[in-house]
Design a protein around this ligand. Structure first.
Ligand code: FAD
Length: 511
């Protein structure tokens, strides 16, 4: 895989011919946007993962859905060309790339839609597929005092990019993933048709595109549900020595009614040592409330667990009312006595918390390191085994980045979307978010991820990859299980020549 890096040899003769071709192509496509030659060092050849690089033929910055439709139709008129929508390129395994094909930079369409509507008495916003969630947040809150209900932890991701996967964060236990909070899409299909779809209008395309890994169409507009935005958030971390106690509390909190739980529930695993990246210092929330490991029981093992919670409130709420509400919710949780830390932050500050981490990591030079990340959904029935083998043994010394784990409820996901989930009602998202210096250790970490997946398969765990990446069709069939036939049918309907999202490597381009 890593060997793919730099495998493209520049052919200067071919390149100069391409330069001539660019203007011809631009004119023949009648584009309103712009087009440039694919470049091995350009954005379309890279992603956040830093593991793969392939050279596209052209990078296109469309002005809107019409341009995208023209590009898809042009590709369809050739025997081999493919089209990849590139959101913000935050994939890990080249999913937004097109080797020798067209890459569409969706960011150029980010400003095309931003309109507040009321649908059945509830507020919604029409936003561009190429908009970044952080811009959606800022604009919705500042202009309307409203905000989407379900988020990702990090918001420099595009609307179309996360909706093509699921979009999961600590609100998903209540509202479902982002794909459960969309009522209408505009999509350019693999035939180049610009189609509006919803639960009642073209529902196969609507549900296919949600979590569809870009296989059925390019999302150019999404209608997203909104709710009143709170002003402030009480952000809380509590530490557990025992996995069983951590999962019992996490599952309890995600199963409570709205008024009887927090507004956000996540969790993570960290090492029981003073390592600045993997250990205690990484848990610190409030510098005035240092976690003191002396509180830990003698029985504490090599890894510990932290529940991360948030409680929304308004500026007009009395501090004592907020304190009482939080104390009531925290009471009865079985975390280690004394190991609680909390801080009050603005709602925007809370949702943009990973942006601050990004700025720090950029300043330290680690943000641009390769990221051999592994994301899984693991059924509650297997999570204790997973903890025993993966957290307590395989990665017990940390991974050089966060190790997230928190429960989600299947009933909050719509089974008509394309997302593949484990069977049980409660399943955990597990995210091993590695930051690895360039060099041979990257291959090692990729191999470690592979070992974990192999172990899950060998032990027959009820699990699915989130942000999946497989190469062999057999693996994709296993991943989708009994949804595979539906996926194939949808592909045949909406992208019969397999032009779209070639970087997912599910279907081969046909003529
Ligand atoms: P890209 O990587 O550009 O594209 C991803 C896939 O979607 C590609 O196949 C592409 O062709 C396709 N695609 C892109 N745009 C469109 C479109 N408009 N229509 C159809 N297909 C399209 N995920 C979570 O769920 N929760 C998190 O908390 C979370 N945090 C993250 C934090 C970081 C730092 C990073 C790097 C990733 C995180 N992710 C998270 C994963 C993220 O949701 C996915 O990587 C997502 O695909 C990235 O969006 P993007 O806009 O960069 O898409």
């Amino acid at each position: 895989m890593i060997a793919c890096l730099g495998r493209i040899v520049h052919d200067s003769e071919a390149e100069s011919k391409l330069d001539d071709d660019v203007s011809t192509i631009f004119n023949s496509l009648n584009l309103q946007g712009s087009i440039e030659n694919g470049d091995v060092s350009g954005i379309a050849s890279k992603d956040f993962g830093g593991l793969y690089s392939v050279k596209p033929l052209y990078l296109i910055r469309p002005s809107g859905a019409e341009d995208i439709s023209r590009v898809v139709k042009a590709a369809a008129g050739t025997p081999h060309l493919t089209v990849a929508a590139r959101g913000n390129g935050h994939s890990i395994n080249g999913q937004a790339m097109a080797d020798g094909g067209y890459v569409i930079d969706m960011r150029s369409t980010g400003e095309n839609h931003f309109k507040l509507l009321t649908v059945n008495g509830s507020p919604c916003i029409d936003i561009s597929g190429g908009a970044l969630w952080e811009d959606v947040l800022r604009r919705c809150v500042s202009r309307f005092g409203l905000a989407p209900r379900s988020w990702t932890d990090y918001l420099s991701l595009t609307v179309g990019g996360t909706l093509s996967n699921a979009g999961v964060s600590g609100q998903a236990f209540r509202y479902g993933p982002q794909t459960s909070n969309v009522t209408e899409l505009e999509v350019v299909t693999g035939k180049g048709d610009i189609t509006v779809c919803s639960e009642t209008q073209n529902p196969e395309l609507f549900f296919g595109a949600l979590g569809g890994l870009g296989q059925f169409g390019i999302i150019t507009r999404a209608r997203v549900k909104l709710q009143p935005a709170p002003d402030m958030v009480r952000w809380i971390r509590v530490v557990y020595a025992e996995f069983e106690e951590f999962t019992r509390d996490a599952e309890f909190l995600v199963s409570q009614k709205e008024d009887e739980s927090f507004d956000y529930v996540e969790g993570f695993v960290f090492c029981n040592n003073d390592d600045p990246v993997n250990g205690w210092p990484s848990v610190q929330l409030n510098p005035d409330q240092e976690f003191n490991p002396a509180h830990l029981p003698q029985t504490a093992g090599p890894v510990l667990y932290c529940l991360e919670l948030a409680f929304h409130y308004r500026n007009s709420d009395q501090p004592s009312t907020v304190d009482m509400a939080v104390s009531r919710l925290v009471r009865g949780l079985g975390f280690v006595d004394g190991l609680i830390s909390q801080v009050d932050v603005s709602y925007m500050g809370f949702l943009l918390r990973v942006k601050r981490a990004e700025q720090d990591a950029k300043a330290n030079g680690v943000w641009d390191n390769p990221h051999p990340w592994l994301n899984l959904f693991v059924s509650k029935s297997d999570i204790v085994d997973f903890d025993r083998t993966v957290f307590k043994k395989m990665v017990k010394n940390g991974i050089g980045g966060p190790m997230l784990i928190y429960p989600l409820l299947r009933s909050k996901w719509d089974s008509r979307t394309s997302v593949a989930l484990p069977e049980g009602e409660i399943f955990y998202i597990v995210a091993l978010l590695r930051f690895v210096p360039k060099g041979p250790s990257v291959e090692k970490k990729v191999a470690e991820n592979r070992e974990i997946v192999k172990w899950c398969i060998k032990e027959g765990l009820d699990f699915k990859l989130y942000l999946p990446h497989y190469r062999a069709k057999e693996d994709w069939k296993r991943h989708f299980g009994n949804q595979w036939t539906r996926l194939e049918k949808r592909k045949a309907n909406f992208d019969p020549m397999a032009i779209l999202a070639p970087g997912q490597r599910i279907f081969k381009r046909t003529n």
